[in-house]
Design a protein around this ligand. Structure first.
Ligand SMILES: [Zn+2]
Length: 181
């Protein structure tokens, strides 16, 4: 950050009094610009035993497969967001089920929250965000072409739980930040 989004004057990076981290501070209008993780919400839609995957039409990871997921919007719940993303990315109407996974993606300053879901009708298709959308049996999941580690984690836990007849929720942290010197 270089300029204040409130008054457009330059900001400085320093630790405000009483704070424990450096922040972008505007000395002109006094605004402290806090930067906090963003929530990404998604789901694993299932239809008659198969799950819905989308081939990404946009960077990052263009051409790789993922579940419908995206940034949560203000004014919606995590479930609302996951349902909305399913429609936007895969034209799929889903009913959101139980919590599947919470993955802290520390290098991206994101938290990924993923649910189980039921695809209501076998209707889906490509969108501006997905080149292809397809139902996959567990045996056919393209594990080598999964776009993100968080999605790989969620899918593996999904199938493990399904085999065990349980719906647990799972936590994980992924940290690809360069080690501090
Ligand atoms: Zn300012």
């Amino acid at each position: 950050m270089k300029f204040c989004s409130n008054c457009a004057q330059p900001v400085a990076l320093r630790q405000p009094e009483g704070d424990h981290l450096p922040r972008y501070v505007c000395d002109t209008c006094g605004t402290v610009h806090y930067q906090n993780p963003k929530l990404v919400v998604g789901c694993v839609p299932e239809y008659e035993g198969r799950i819905l995957l989308c081939k990404r039409a946009i960077e990052p990871r263009l051409g790789y497969w993922t579940i419908p997921a995206g940034f949560m919007e203000n004014g919606e719940t995590t479930q609302d967001g996951a349902r909305r993303e399913s429609f936007e990315e895969a034209l799929a109407e889903v009913e959101i089920g139980s919590l599947l996974a919470v993955v802290h993606v520390l290098h991206a300053d994101q938290v990924h929250v993923m649910f189980r879901a039921r695809l209501l009708e076998p209707r889906f298709g490509p969108s501006p965000e997905s080149l292809e959308v397809q139902l996959y049996a567990e045996a056919d999941v393209p594990w080598h072409d999964i776009a993100f580690r968080s999605v790989d984690f969620a899918l593996r836990r999904y199938f493990e739980d399904r085999r065990g007849g349980v719906e647990n929720h799972h936590f994980s942290a992924i940290d690809l930040r360069a080690p501090r010197a």
